[in-house]
Design a protein around this ligand. Structure first.
Ligand SMILES: Cc1cc2nc3c(=O)[nH]c(=O)nc-3n(C[C@H](O)[C@H](O)[C@H](O)COP(=O)(O)OP(=O)(O)OC[C@H]3O[C@@H](n4cnc5c(N)ncnc54)[C@H](O)[C@@H]3O)c2cc1C
Length: 471
């Protein structure tokens, strides 16, 4: 089994920056990611290398991958991490089977999970997530549909609408929960971030050119199948995303792309029992850390969106900062204080902007109370909002009791899709805080895998048979 000074989980901007920094300071570093190429969600590489793509995100991704290939970092790409133990042993499954490594320090940079607040028809084929659509567009150069409705909140709306139009698709409308003034208030911060401003223009200009109708302060209420197509119905809403009286509009499309923000992927830090707290503004449950990104558990660090949604630019700087801190911890601090200060400054500036964008994607109360009672919330186990509330009435005080009583969160997604919404429904029903109802306990395997994936090839005859127990 290989031992490293530092193992980094996640090869997005946070993980790669941390790995490169720590390796440059002399640490033996291993980097794991389930994707075949580094870049994470935002700097995702196209699946086929001959696919021609342009844009600043593509160039940043290529630079990141180049730097990684020139470094001493041992990359385990295409490896799904399915277990992490308390003594920092990492088990992953790759194309050639299982890999196990141990480490002195562990950095969790596993990013985020997309949130979709359920509505009638959200489980129909053809209804997909905003973040999922970015994967189709970036990685596979595939349009989500010939005609698309883009709905939800936050900056991914423009990214998907702009990306779809640039790739030759038709966006029939954008349905945005935020008001224009909300955008103006938050997006004015763009002026202090020229690179992101340029990138957002890159997304917005095709939308303006195509004169795509934008319905601000509207929310999707229902999608129904109409032959091969989908009829999407949306309505005006208030600031908490609750539909209000007003004209309902219907549009027929091939595909509805909808997303309501992102939640930090904190399953590994929770599995290792670091202390966490709930922050609505940061997207959900995040680990408590010191200024170096070290959690309440010694030698366990967190960086990037898994430490709270702040976006790619902040993830990059935070990754560098944590990489530097890990090197200082292991090798003694021989880097000039100015290096940490420069990174800290860049991180704070990027995080301040990211915080504004995250605020627009934060879960809104009225949105959840508007979920119809018979709408499925846990799509793996078919658990409705009414069933969650009934469990609350019957005495389920926290989400883990809810899980045991209803099977909510017990399916293959392990609660990643429904956990945030189920907890919000239960907390509202019981009139308590999100801290009180808690979060689903993470369990290994962290990702679904088969027993044979875990055990590998073996001869049945080689299995040691224990002696019979004495009577
Ligand atoms: C699907 C999706 C698409 C997004 N698209 C965009 C976009 O187009 N533009 C934008 O500005 N922001 C996008 N975001 C937000 C974006 O993730 C961040 O702002 C930014 O990428 C954060 O960087 P990070 O390094 O913290 O995490 P990420 O970039 O998310 O990187 C984390 C990496 O960890 C890997 N990982 C997680 N768990 C495991 C595991 N158990 N085993 C192995 N690998 C694991 C993930 O596959 C991922 O590659 C998207 C988010 C999601 C969920």
């Amino acid at each position: 089994m290989n031992h490293y000074d530092l193992i980094v989980l996640g090869a997005g901007p946070a993980g790669v920056s941390a790995a490169l920094m720590a390796a440059a300071k002399g640490l033996r570093v291993a980097l794991f990611d389930e994707n075949e190429a580094a870049g994470g969600q935002v700097y995702r590489a196209p699946i086929l290398s001959d696919q021609k793509m342009d844009g600043s995100e593509v160039r940043t991704g290529e630079n990141l991958r180049d730097a990684l290939s020139r470094s001493n970092v041992r990359s385990f790409l295409g490896h799904v991490v399915w277990a992490v133990t308390g003594d920092y042993r990492v088990d992953a499954l790759g194309p050639e089977g299982s890999v196990s490594c141990t480490t002195h320090m562990l950095l969790v940079a596993t990013g985020t999970t997309e949130r979709v607040v359920p509505f009638e028809g959200w489980t129909l084929p053809g209804v997909i997530g905003l973040a999922a659509a970015t994967i189709l567009l970036k990685s596979q150069r595939t349009l989500p549909g010939k005609t698309t409705l883009v709905a939800g909140c936050g900056p991914l709306l423009a990214a998907v609408a702009g990306g779809t139009l640039k790739a030759g698709g038709v966006v029939k409308a954008i349905v945005d929960i935020s008001s224009r003034s909300e955008w103006l208030k938050n997006a004015s911060a763009l002026l202090s971030r020229p690179a992101i401003f340029k990138q957002s223009l890159n997304y917005s200009l095709p939308v303006l050119r195509a004169r795509t109708p934008i319905y601000s302060r509207h929310t999707l209420v229902k999608v129904t199948a109409q032959g091969e197509q989908l009829l999407a119905e949306f309505a005006p809403c208030d600031a908490s995303a609750r539909p209000v009286t007003g004209r309902h509009i219907e549009i027929l499309v091939d595909c509805v792309v909808v997303g309501h923000g992102l939640t930090p992927s904190s399953d590994v830090t929770r599995l290792l029992h670091a202390k966490h707290h709930y922050s609505r503004a940061a997207g959900g449950w995040i680990a408590q850390t010191d200024e170096n990104g070290q959690t309440t558990r010694e030698r366990l660090f967190v960086a990037g969106d898994s430490a709270g949604i702040r976006g790619a630019a902040a993830a990059t700087e935070q990754g560098k900062r944590v990489g530097l801190a890990c090197a200082a911890l292991l090798r003694g601090d021989d880097s000039p204080a100015s290096e940490a200060q420069t990174i800290n400054k860049a991180w704070q500036q990027a995080a301040a902007f990211g915080q504004k964008m995250a605020a627009m994607m934060a879960l809104r109360e009225g949105h959840v109370t508007a979920i119809p009672p018979d709408t499925v919330v846990c799509r793996c186990e078919d658990v409705t909002r009414a069933e969650i509330e009934q469990a609350g009435e019957a005495g389920a005080h926290d989400v883990n009791q809810l899980k045991a009583w209803t099977r909510c969160g017990m399916g293959p997604c392990q609660g990643r899709t429904c956990g945030d919404i189920a907890a919000e429904i239960l907390a509202t029903k019981l009139g308590v805080t999100r801290e009180t109802v808690g979060i689903f306990s993470p369990r290994t395997p962290l990702r679904p895998l088969t027993i044979s994936d875990m055990t590998g090839e073996y001869d049945y005859a080689d299995i040691p048979i224990p002696k019979a127990a004495p009577l």
